[in-house]
Design a protein around this ligand. Structure first.
Ligand code: PHE
Length: 344
């Protein structure tokens, strides 16, 4: 063995490989590149010494380690040339690098359109003093139906419409309204809260409906909350979300947990109420269900219904997304196809 040769061993090779890998990563100047080159690849460098050390191995070890040492030398040489720093220097030296070119764009992730809409809805309501609560997606029959004043034979309780985890007891919530029940049970009025989240329905999947979608529930309970408060709040929301000139229309409807119950339409933002294909010539788009919290629901949640009243509403985020972006198939919102998502 001479001074500038070193007998290779498997451990030494593994150790060197590790050192080299982290060394290559950290090079960030010409000086550091040169230190690296001398330390490993130079005539007296570690790898060169190992290559020279092969001749001192026994014939059997030579067969075993010899090729490995050479391979390591070549791979490090290659990786050193290809290291980002060396590359940058090479093209600059060759004068081929145009420093005035714009940099490479970093591909950036975006926020899913459903999340964008949910965030916008959230910001508008938190701006009006609402806070946020979440309920579980796996619910009991009681929170999803019973406490909300659904009668025992209500069709929504049918297996056809609801995904049951355990028949008649545990289910995937079909709306965000059970979160209302949880908020009312856990807190004392005044309550001003929105509850966004996923809901599930056992519907045939088509361009119009999916087995999973998102809602934002709203709840306001205090003394002397009136229907006028509901109207005012929803109008303020619609103007902020769809534009200052937006009008809303309130139609009677039915939900077991609100009385009176209504459905709320907004002025078609595409045609401004004139009538177009989006609003089917009516000038209006239905966006949410709402009403005054049913006294039975307040009582079920331990709230004195002589003293307190409240309003609630629930809107579907997908529905708003389809309308807002002119999407004609709801399923595309769940496919995570980047060609679609990139547009937002
Ligand atoms: N939960 C109802 C639905 O899913 C919407 C709603 C919420 C209606 C709150 C009134 C009050 O259709």
């Amino acid at each position: 063995m001479t001074a500038d040769s070193m007998v290779p061993t498997a451990e030494l090779l593994a150790q060197t490989e590790k050192e080299v890998a982290s060394g290559l990563q950290s090079i960030s100047s010409d000086a550091e590149a040169e230190v690296f080159r001398i330390k490993y690849l130079g005539k007296k460098g570690l790898l060169s010494s190992l290559v020279r050390g092969v001749k001192d191995l026994s014939p059997e070890e030579k067969r075993n380690l010899g090729a490995k040492v050479n391979a390591l030398f070549q791979s490090v040489e290659g990786r050193f040339k290809a290291a980002p720093w060396t590359q940058r220097r090479a093209s600059a030296d060759a004068g081929s690098f145009d420093w005035t070119l714009p940099g490479f764009p970093f591909p950036r992730g975006g926020i899913h359109p459903l999340t964008q809409i949910r965030n916008r809805i959230r910001d508008i309501f938190t701006g009006m003093g609402f806070d946020i609560a979440y309920g579980p997606e796996v619910e009991t029959d009681y929170y999803n139906f019973g406490a909300l004043n659904f009668q025992p034979n209500h069709p929504a309780r049918d297996m056809q419409d609801t995904f049951y985890v355990k028949a008649d007891e545990v289910l995937l919530r079909t709306h965000t309204s059970p979160a209302q029940v949880r908020v009312m049970l856990n807190r004392k009025p005044p309550l001003r809260c929105i509850m966004p989240g996923r809901v599930y329905r056992n519907e045939e999947v088509s361009s119009r409906s999916y087995c999973l979608f998102h809602q934002v529930e709203g709840l306001y309970v205090d003394q002397r909350v009136t229907f006028a408060d509901l109207k005012g709040t929803l109008l303020a929301f619609a103007k902020q979300f769809f534009g200052e000139q937006t009008k809303i229309k309130i139609r009677p409807s039915f939900f077991p947990f609100t009385e009176p119950s209504v459905e709320v339409d907004v002025w078609c933002f595409l045609c401004g109420g004139k009538g177009c294909s989006l609003c089917k010539q009516s000038g209006w788009l239905e966006i949410l269900g709402a009403g005054m919290v049913h006294p039975n629901v307040l009582a079920n949640c331990g709230i004195d219904n002589e003293k307190y009243t409240g309003f609630a509403f629930g809107m579907g985020i997908e529905r708003i997304a389809l309308l807002k972006y002119g999407i004609d198939d709801i399923r595309i919102l769940f496919e995570n196809d980047v060609r679609f998502l990139r547009q937002f």
